[in-house]
Design a protein around this ligand. Structure first.
Ligand code: NAD
Ligand code: MG
Length: 427
């Protein structure tokens, strides 16, 4: 088992680390702006990151902004943030992006290789907020180059967690958890010795189907799955939150980030989404990270780290809230969470396979090609098929993880398309 002390997250700041330079500069009253690059700048996390930057004038400068397909949104974000460079993953959008930014002085690029190059441009911190395994290659390249990463993209660690953590240690690079639960746990840990941690608990709001019957959940539509009661997020993570696969992915994320094995990780459903993560210690003490459910709080914690910066969010008034409630997760109604727990416990290539199959299934569900229950069924069938075929060995590198991811996507597509004319597919 990895230990917290050796985790890149917990390493003591080095004298040469940019974050420490910033802290020293601030103490001397001559802070240079921290230079950020943002992968996934046009998404939900990207938008909130721009809002945090705007609320801290003079504190940040933006090097690169990266988006997927939407040239208009990326051009607008590049202008808003005064970025030096704007990169679109889709090469077909290059001409439109260049046209929109002509005369602005913003450098323009497009294509998957250009995304990796954008991630490698000189910056103090990379905000990794692409959705899905598409974030693995550019985020890993920046990590290998020693860049400090504010990690929103949990799929990086689910797909290639062991390789990511090994690279972070080798490169002396720091991974700051931006996912709200992991950010809360990072804060609740307060640098504690991992031997004294009995449990790390991630909370889940329970999503839009928390009180629904199994039959009603099975028949849920994309619009119902996207209507999250507490968080406003991109479509993929919203569906994952409805199935509770998101919490399963987060358990795997926590395992790699904090070096804590499955038996010391737990999930608690907490509909108010005020307590995001808890750490339970051997002396009976429990510390918790609390905030309103607004990603600008963990984003600000990462962007300013190790300093605290002001974030444009509502302040917490517990008396106004009155009551906070907690309940156990129901694995019978939310089988995706159980599948992720099993993948974490069994290890090997299963987290990578689970993540890839889930991405394919969620995309099919959003396109109306399969039903909600088929997401978990398709993930389970893909994991079983690849285990049976001896294709679930642990990837030894990011390249191997991406190769397993590729095979798992093909298998998942094959399984989900097995009966293409039957309407809602049942695997
Ligand atoms: P989103 O769908 O709103 O945004 C995704 C971003 O990635 C967009 O900018 C999109 O253009 C870009 N993108 C998509 N495919 C790309 C590709 N192939 N190459 C380059 N860019 C590409 O998603 P989001 O809700 O902002 O989530 C982003 C990540 O953060 C996810 O991994 C999610 O799990 C994680 N996260 C999100 C939240 C949240 O509240 N939104 C909370 C915790 C963690
Ligand atoms: Mg989260």
């Amino acid at each position: 088992m990895e230990t917290l002390v050796s985790s890149p997250l917990q390493m003591k700041p080095q004298a040469t680390a940019p974050a420490v330079d910033l802290a020293n500069d601030l103490a001397r009253g001559r802070a240079a702006p921290r230079r950020l690059s943002i992968l996934g700048a046009t998404g939900s996390i990207g938008r909130s990151t721009a809002d945090v930057i705007a609320a801290a004038p003079g504190r940040f400068a933006v090097e690169a902004v990266v988006g997927g397909r939407d040239a208009k949104a990326l051009a607008a974000m590049a202008r808003e943030l005064g970025a030096a460079c704007a990169t679109l993953a889709d090469p077909a959008g290059y001409a439109e992006l260049a046209d929109l930014l002509s005369g602005s002085g913003v450098e323009v690029a497009a294509g998957p290789q250009a995304v990796v190059e954008a991630a490698l441009r000189p910056a103090d911190m990379l905000v990794a907020a692409i959705s899905g395994a598409a974030g693995v290659a550019p985020t890993h390249a920046a990590l290998a180059a020693g860049r400090m990463i504010a990690l929103a993209n949990k799929e990086c660690l689910v797909c290639a967690g062991a390789a990511f953590m090994a690279t972070a240690r080798r490169a002396g690079a720091r991974l700051l958890p931006m996912d709200s639960e992991h950010n809360a746990i990072h804060q609740a840990l307060g640098g504690a010795d991992p031997a004294t941690v009995e449990k790390m608990i991630l909370t889940a709001s329970g999503g839009p189907f928390r009180t629904w019957t199994r039959e009603a959940i099975d028949a849920a539509t994309p619009a119902q799955a996207l209507a999250h009661p507490k968080w406003s997020m991109g479509p993929k993570i919203s569906v994952d939150s409805a199935s509770l696969m998101n919490k399963g992915l987060e358990l795997i994320e926590a395992h790699f980030l904090f070096g804590v094995e499955a038996a010391r990780l737990d999930v608690l459903v907490h509909p108010q989404s005020i307590v995001h993560g808890l750490v339970s210690f051997a002396d009976g003490a429990v510390t918790a990270g609390m905030a309103h459910p607004d990603m600008k709080t963990p984003i600000a914690h990462c962007l300013g780290w190790p300093e605290r910066i002001a974030a444009p969010v509502r302040r917490l008034d517990l008396a106004e809230l009155g009551a906070l409630t907690f309940e156990r997760a129901d694995l019978a109604r939310f089988p995706a969470l159980g599948l992720a727990m099993a993948a974490l416990a069994r290890g090997g290539g299963l987290p990578t396979i689970l993540n890839a199959a889930n991405e394919v299934a969620v995309a099919y569900f959003l396109e109306g090609r399969i039903g909600f229950r088929d997401i978990a069924a398709g993930v389970e069938a893909t994991c079983e098929a690849m285990e049976r075929a001896g294709e679930a060995r642990e990837p030894q590198s990011v390249e191997e993880a991406l190769a397993v991811d590729h095979i798992a996507r093909e298998r998942a597509r094959g399984l989900l398309e097995a009966r293409p004319n039957s309407g809602k597919v049942r695997v």
